[in-house]
Design a protein around this ligand. Structure first.
Ligand code: 5RP
Length: 233
């Protein structure tokens, strides 16, 4: 017999340390108040989204609501399953709204996301939602994007030479191939692509579009001009 309390699914959820946990719990609490019966909700990836999902499913369960999740990664999908929230996909249904975390947020609500590597689906779900709540603690606020974090760029492995060459035309400080923690090889995304972590000297409003025009770049972690509302403590 499988003891589900100690199952692999439980191990896959956030059982480790969560930085700034108290602050993240507060924004998680706040976003859970926006849930209504019948909502289809985009569910972000990362530790803050995990805490928000926990709070949301508590409300859904306590109030007997009917809510469907659109997960932005396999990690988010497993978390939904762990908390017992039914999931669907963008193929079948569009989200009413969504929530997600961020790595950096500037004064104009421009974001860097994708430390977890789920940037492609995160952007798809965000672009499909009329509104996304971005859940952050104050440490994520920055005056200038890209000074603390590099910009993750998801690239088809066959295009790494091409993309590296094209990037030399941009104000780029450094480019690193994201490696697995074991250093055995590159991190591969859910779609089997690699991630380049790119340090830019200057992040203008057109950069996201300019990068997306390079063949082989699947998506970037720059989120500029999306319909977001920042929730913070
Ligand atoms: C994952 C993300 C996360 O939302 C971002 O990295 C923030 O993570 P956390 O909530 O754990 O601080 O973009 O791809």
């Amino acid at each position: 017999d499988v003891n589900w309390k100690n199952s692999l699914a439980v191990q896959a959820t956030w059982s480790g340390e969560i930085s700034n946990r108290r602050a993240k719990e507060k924004v998680a609490d706040e976003v859970s108040r926006y849930v209504k019966n019948g909502d289809v909700i985009g569910v972000g990836s990362g530790s803050t989204s995990y805490l928000a999902l926990e709070k949301i499913t508590q409300r859904v369960r306590n109030e007997g609501m009917n809510v469907t999740a659109i997960p932005t990664s396999k990690e988010a999908e497993m978390n939904c399953s762990y908390f017992g929230l039914p999931t669907s996909s963008l193929i079948s249904v569009q989200p009413d709204w969504g929530f997600d975390g961020a790595d950096e947020v500037d004064e104009n609500n421009r974001l860097i996301k994708g430390r977890g590597g789920a940037l492609f689906a995160e952007k798809l779900v965000m672009a499909s939602s009329s509104k996304t709540y971005i859940l952050i603690d104050e440490s994520k606020r920055v005056h200038q994007l890209g000074k603390k974090f590099t910009v993750p760029v998801e690239v088809d492995p066959r295009a790494i030479h091409l993309v590296e060459t094209k990037l030399t035309r941009f104000p780029v400080e450094h480019v690193r191939l994201r490696m697995a923690q074991s250093k055995d090889g590159p991190v591969l995304t859910e779609a089997g692509n690699v991630i380049l972590d790119v340090g830019f000297n200057n992040i203008g409003d057109r950069l996201e579009d300019e990068l997306s025009a390079i063949p082989g770049i699947i998506e970037t972690g720059l989120f500029i001009g999306y319909s977001v509302e920042i929730l913070t403590v």
